[in-house]
Design a protein around this ligand. Structure first.
Ligand SMILES: Nc1ncnc2c1ncn2[C@@H]1O[C@H](COP(=O)(O)OP(=O)(O)OP(=O)(O)O)[C@@H](O)[C@H]1O
Ligand SMILES: [Mg+2]
Length: 254
């Protein structure tokens, strides 16, 4: 079994005639947590979406667990059964209870019976401290709770790779904390994670590697501490400085 779970080589993608990703090479090892940072419009969401083929790459190659992503329906089914996705907006189905939201992918992609799926869903909700919300509808929950339920849904299929696209950015600051706590909890379980987030404390404490993207290219990547505290590229430093001043943190002095 290869040490690398995700391999992206020379990925190019865009919309219409506009190229957004201009040659991305990225690796995620088994169990590794990789945080992606970058300015708005730099292509972070597009990169994540290419992995389960929600956006079709123009060229390049993406391999997950040895399987090359392609439009073949059988391949896509396997890729998506191995990939959990949490979007910036929680994307829960509003007409279904939380437990139905979490159980449904298990029925669809794992072929579980309704009962088996709901038992699994309940245990994942319990694990994340959301068991009491199982019978509620999304709109009865706070934004933070909805996003944690979305994380539970992505985890329930027991994906090899968890993709999270700015899971806290749609939330008010006071609700972010509980979602970040959930992310820490998930990170501790040893699952491979590729996370777009500007939660720098989380990146520093939980990520193995940080990748900084600008204008569709990787500008810098490396050990999380090194990139966040001693970036090598001026563009990374400028981005971090701006981000920290926006977050109202005192700029790093080292
Ligand atoms: N569905 C789409 N159709 C056309 N253009 C798109 C589409 N989605 C994204 N774009 C454009 O592609 C570029 C990259 O967008 P993307 O969402 O990947 O950036 P991002 O780094 O995730 O930004 P943000 O931090 O704001 O979420 C932007 O210029 C955006 O306007
Ligand atoms: Mg985005």
């Amino acid at each position: 079994m290869s040490e690398e779970l995700l391999q992206i080589n020379g990925l190019r993608a865009g919309y219409g005639k506009v190229e957004v990703l201009r040659g991305i090479d990225l690796r995620v090892k088994r169990g590794e947590k990789v945080v992606i940072l970058g300015p708005s419009g730099s292509g972070k969401s597009t990169l994540l979406k290419c992995i389960p083929y929600l956006v079709r790459p123009w060229s390049g190659e993406i391999r997950i667990d040895g399987l090359t992503v392609s439009p073949d329906p059988a391949v896509l089914r396997r890729i998506r059964a191995n990939t959990g996705f949490v979007f910036q907006q929680y994307n829960l189905f509003p007409h279904m209870t939380i437990i139905r939201n979490v159980a449904l992918p298990l029925e669809l992609s794992k072929g579980m019976s309704r009962r088996e799926a709901e038992e699994t869903a309940k245990s994942v909700l319990d694990m994340l401290g959301l068991g009491e919300l199982a019978g509620k509808y999304p709109l009865e929950l706070s934004g933070g709770q909805q996003q944690r339920a979305a994380i539970a849904r992505a985890l329930a299929i027991d994906p090899k790779l968890l993709l999270l696209d700015e899971p806290t950015s749609a939330l008010d600051p006071e609700l972010r904390y509980e979602v970040v706590e959930t992310l820490y909890q998930v990170a501790k379980q040893g699952r491979s994670m590729l996370i777009v987030t500007h939660e720098l404390d989380f990146a520093e404490a939980a990520a193995d590697r940080v990748v900084f993207i600008d204008e569709g290219q990787i500008v810098e990547e490396g050990d999380a501490r090194q990139v966040l505290e001693r970036p090598r590229r001026e563009r990374t430093e400028r981005f971090l400085r701006r981000l920290r001043s926006r977050l109202g943190e005192s700029p790093s002095t080292n």
